[in-house]
Design a protein around this ligand. Structure first.
Ligand code: FES
Length: 546
């Protein structure tokens, strides 16, 4: 019996009357609208406005909206600080909070409005647990900034720090760039983690193609939000619940989208976590296998020269679908939340005349291999190499070992890192960090200085990061992985074609080091980090907490 008619739920009805509801409102399907609005970052700044538009759409289509909010943590604002440890942890908190609201209020359907990096995977995880008809509205990218006659994004901002350290830019230049790099609301303005996850929402089938691409400040975003309210009511009528939408086929397509658009390494963690929530078998090596076959066709930064707004103008992810379908690289046996087929999406793509952003599979931006999963004596459970379409290579060098990001960043700033070294940053894993900090301050500084080094860590990388970077090394150092045993000067070998990350140290010597190893103390005995350390699993399983 529903809340509208159950005699014993009269006390509950009294609170709904208190919010202005009518009897008719109570009889209609209740649609939860989960917003990740926060006034602490530009990324999700539009969510309250979008939520109001979604609510209008829900009402128009015969439902009763119930808005609620959850948290979000900005990666850019916390980067390089202890606060970055909260970022990946926030994915679990957001997922749990959306799930709890869904379980408490028993919504008939849900719209989740997502933006900054962890909000999309968190929402997908929660919706998968709740399994009521659901739609995700990705709030959209920031426009690029304009500085010295060129488009700039947050990537330029971080690399400017490295350029400052070698005298290419002054502090005044950096400060001036900071005033121009980010012109308004929206997520980081190219194919970094947030936009990678926005595309994953499309390719998984949870967001209607054509909506995620619209930049956050474009007027058409509000119109699209109204439409999302109508779509979720239609999804409710068709019972398009996540268990029917997120399938082995749609996960395949989501991985293809990461590869084809040169997406972020963070997507590996999130895809593994989503698969786990959806009860679909997905191993880290499956992601490598799929990525290995897919060239980069969208020339969006960091793999190409363009911004997310350029991709939108060129034809957006619908055009990417057309290219991939033409080459037979997508599974078509999928359910999209708006009821279309992928062929209909491809048909609807509006390619801008003369656009240079989305190329073809036959003539791609870069060859296959956005990401690669390596294993070996330094990463028995795997790690993720940001290949970025580079040709295969072997890099052999002496280790330079740092316990934590700060020590490494200081060494780079003091010019103590030299070409040819393999920079190891450890005790930054899921439990050891805790929270797998992103190493953008380090990668930005290395790129800015033009150093030819490799970086290996049990932490993560920002989607902005590029260069020879390997993250998510598992098992992590804090849990006794081989990374904990590396010493300065040890030889490390990276072989991308063989998918190998090896530590070339004699077995007896390694055993002696393992015997002598003592786990470093982590001062996180209470609160959210203590709960996280106690429950988080390996990066090779998505760093989930269940
Ligand atoms: Fe929020 Fe980049 S920091 S999207």
């Amino acid at each position: 019996m529903s809340i509208a008619t159950d005699p014993d739920r009269a006390p509950a009805r009294s609170h709904l009357y208190a919010m202005g509801w009518t009897d008719e409102d109570m009889r209609r399907p209740k649609v939860g609208i989960a917003s990740t609005w926060t006034g602490t970052m530009p990324c999700n700044l539009t969510h309250r406005e979008l939520a109001a538009h979604v609510a209008d759409g829900v009402r128009r289509a015969g439902g009763t909206p119930m808005e609620f909010n959850t948290i979000a943590v900005s990666d850019n604002l916390t980067m390089g600080t202890p606060g970055m440890r909260a970022s990946l942890v926030s994915r679990e908190v957001i997922a749990d909070s959306i799930e709890l609201m869904g379980r408490a209020h028993q919504f008939d359907a849900i719209v989740a409005i997502v933006g900054c990096d962890k909000t999309a995977p968190a929402a997908i995880m929660a919706l998968s647990r709740l399994d009521v008809p659901s739609v995700i509205l990705y709030s959209g990218s920031m426009m690029p900034g304009r500085w010295r006659d060129r488009d700039v994004t947050i990537q330029d901002m971080w690399e400017a720090l490295g350029e400052r350290s070698v005298g290419k830019l002054t502090q005044d230049d950096v400060d001036d760039l900071a005033r121009h790099a980010c012109p308004g609301a929206g997520t980081c303005a190219a194919q970094y983690t947030a936009n990678t996850m926005g595309a994953i929402c499309d390719f998984l089938g949870l967001s209607p193609f054509g909506v995620s691409d619209i930049p956050a400040v474009a007027p058409s975003k509000n119109e699209a939000a109204v439409r999302i309210g109508e779509v979720v009511m239609d999804a409710l009528a068709r019972d398009a619940r996540p268990s029917r939408v997120i399938t082995e086929a749609s996960l395949h397509n989501a991985i293809v989208s990461v590869a084809a658009m040169g997406g972020s390494t963070n997507s590996v963690l999130h895809l593994l976590a989503i698969a786990r929530e959806a009860g679909i078998a997905l191993e880290i090596d499956d992601i490598d296998r799929i990525c290995h076959q897919i060239p980069i066709v969208a020339g969006v930064k960091p793999a190409g020269p363009h911004s997310a707004a350029d991709l939108w103008r060129a034809g957006g992810t619908s055009l990417v679908v057309r290219r991939l379908l033409d080459a037979g690289l997508l599974r078509e046996d999928v359910t999209l939340v708006d009821g279309r087929t992928l062929a209909e999406v491809a048909e609807s793509a509006q390619e801008a005349p003369g656009q240079q952003v989305v190329k073809t599979v036959a003539d791609p931006v870069k060859g296959p291999g956005a990401l690669a999963v390596l294993r070996g004596s330094l990463a028995p459970d795997g790690c993720v190499l940001k290949l970025g379409g580079k040709p295969d290579f072997v890099f052999t060098g002496p280790a330079r070992v740092f316990d934590g990001e700060e020590a490494c960043f200081a060494a780079i700033q003091e010019r103590r890192i030299v070409d040819g070294e393999v920079v190891i940053v450890r005790y930054e894993g899921p439990a050891g960090g805790p929270g797998m900090r992103e190493m953008l301050s380090i990668t930005g500084a290395l790129v800015g200085q033009g150093l030819n080094v490799a970086l290996v860590t049990d932490g993560r990388f920002s989607g902005v990061s590029h260069g020879l970077v390997i993250g998510h090394v598992a098992p992590e150092a804090y849990r006794g992985g081989p990374l904990a045993l590396v010493q300065d000067g040890d030889t490390v070998v990276i072989d991308s074609a063989a998918r190998v990350l090896d530590l070339r140290v004699d077995a007896a010597e390694l055993e002696a080091r393992a015997t002598a190893w003592v786990r470093p103390d982590r001062p996180v005995e209470r609160g959210v980090f203590a709960k996280y350390v106690a429950t988080v699993g390996s990066a090779s399983d998505g760093a989930v907490t269940i």
